[in-house]
Write a protein that binds this ligand. Structure first.
Ligand SMILES: C[S@@+](CC[C@H](N)C(=O)[O-])C[C@H]1O[C@@H](n2cnc3c(N)ncnc32)[C@H](O)[C@@H]1O
Length: 215
């Protein structure tokens, strides 16, 4: 997993005060559409940042756990979620195997996280997330899509990988999947692919939404 350079960049960002103040709008909509607190009680948020999406999910009644590569983000998230989530349910993840038994979770969310990888890192992370998901459980992710400013201003390294030059994420590796590549990376059990994004000034934001139910 490419947590090395990417982990260092994100840790520096969070250490210097990077925060979101609200959950992702599309995550809120997609979680409402695909996840039910009764059927998907135990939810893993992979790469929760400073925890805004976790706050939303915990308030909706999900039993949440999460992993994050940045220790500074983990500290902020634990404070933000104090009284709402057991701090031990939020853990540092330095890459490789996740510290959970197979089939632990009813749902796994990876929102705008998995693309911060090289190709091998992306594949390995997907195998791990699939492993910890129970049969019948729901996978839900957002990944960077072609045309996003991070890609278009980045340095192409080949094989669908870019080195980012945007301020703050400078040096991060980004794996951007073309639409036709997506089915090769995910199980075909009810695979659904959507997209969202916006343009504001010079910023172009483009994301895939990928979801499936594990069989
Ligand atoms: C754009 S933020 C998204 C945070 C949160 N999921 C959200 O939607 O607000 C990306 C997060 O992915 C984490 N991250 C970056 N590279 C990673 C990697 N290779 N493996 C796991 N997590 C990574 C970062 O620490 C960061 O918190």
């Amino acid at each position: 997993m490419t947590t090395g350079i990417n982990g260092a960049v994100w840790e520096s960002l969070y250490r210097h005060g990077h925060r979101l103040q609200y959950p992702g709008e599309m995550l809120v909509r997609m979680a409402h559409r695909y996840l039910d607190p009764e059927r998907h009680r135990r939810v893993l948020d992979y790469g929760f940042g400073t925890g805004e999406n976790l706050v939303h999910l915990a308030r909706r009644g999900f039993s949440v756990a999460g992993v994050e590569v940045s220790e500074s983000a983990l500290t902020v998230a634990r404070q933000r979620l104090a009284g709402l989530v057991d701090p031990d349910a939020l853990v540092l993840h330095e890459g490789g195997r996740l510290g959970f038994a197979s089939e632990t979770f009813d749902a796994v969310i990876a929102w705008q996280v998995l693309c911060y990888n090289d190709d091998e890192g992306l594949r390995r992370a997907l195998v791990e997330l699939h492993r910890v998901l129970r049969p019948g459980g729901r996978f839900l992710a957002a990944l960077c899509a072609p045309g996003d400013s991070r890609q278009s201003t980045g340095e192409p390294l080949g094989g669908g990988v870019w080195r980012l030059t945007v301020p703050g994420q400078d040096g991060c590796l980004l794996r951007v999947l073309e639409r036709e590549e997506i089915p090769r990376y995910f199980p075909d059990t009810g695979l659904e692919v959507g997209s969202f994004g916006h343009e504001m000034g010079e910023t172009v934001s483009r994301h895939w939404i990928v979801t499936y139910e594990k069989h």
